[in-house]
Design a protein around this ligand. Structure first.
Ligand SMILES: Cc1cc2nc3c(=O)[nH]c(=O)nc-3n(C[C@H](O)[C@H](O)[C@H](O)COP(=O)(O)O)c2cc1C
Length: 174
């Protein structure tokens, strides 16, 4: 049963922010009490205050951007004493990890390491990974990357219909 959730994200050009907002709306529509924070303002967040943490960022060189990495490691230090061998699952502690990516070279494989890496910070704490969301998104800095990469013409992504699908996926999982 999820009563309280938080969405934490980092976004430079707005794609991840759109996804974060869609997830926030989906949770709100399920009458869940949801907090919404950019990583920069999430230092004082206690993961254990929530039944569901939704956390996301873009793929930068198939890794999380430095700001997200620094945040995750700071939190790991803060909650390090809660990590037990075998990482036993904690009932009612869940995480949804989301990542936006452009995949110009190897497609979704450029986002998979990000989602797996971010998820590990939570699975180590005993959180259940409820969902992993990969969102193909325009690379706003480069028309070439957005039109000639492996994923073809990705300009305008994510579109409204993609965001609606994400909302539905989140609702289906909770
Ligand atoms: C510095 C930089 C590095 C990036 N590296 C990758 C990458 O390795 N793989 C990939 O799929 N997309 C890469 N991208 C594209 C972003 O992941 C994608 O556009 C993302 O949706 C941006 O998110 P934002 O709008 O929330 O900042 C990169 C973008 C930038 C600006």
């Amino acid at each position: 049963m999820i009563d309280k959730a938080i969405v934490i994200y980092w976004s430079k050009t707005g794609n991840t922010e759109l996804v974060a907002e869609a997830i926030y709306e989906a949770l709100k529509e399920q009458n869940i009490d949801v907090d919404f924070k950019e990583v920069q303002e999430a230092d004082d967040v206690d993961y254990f205050d929530y039944e569901l943490v939704c956390i996301g960022c873009p793929s930068y060189q198939w890794s999380p951007p430095e700001e997200m990495d620094v945040f995750l490691k700071k939190k790991q230090e803060q909650f390090g004493d809660q990590i037990e061998l075998k990482s036993p699952k904690r009932p009612d502690k869940n995480v949804v990890v989301f990542c936006t990516y452009s995949g110009p070279h190897t497609g979704k494989n450029e986002a998979i390491p990000v989602v797996k890496y971010v998820g590990q910070f939570f699975e180590h704490l005993g959180f259940n990974i409820l969902n992993e969301i990969y969102v193909l998104s325009e690379h706003h800095g480069s028309k070439k990357v957005s039109t000639e990469g492996r994923m073809g013409d990705i300009r305008g992504l994510p579109r409204e219909e993609d965001l609606q699908k994400i909302k539905q996926r989140v609702k289906d999982k909770i």
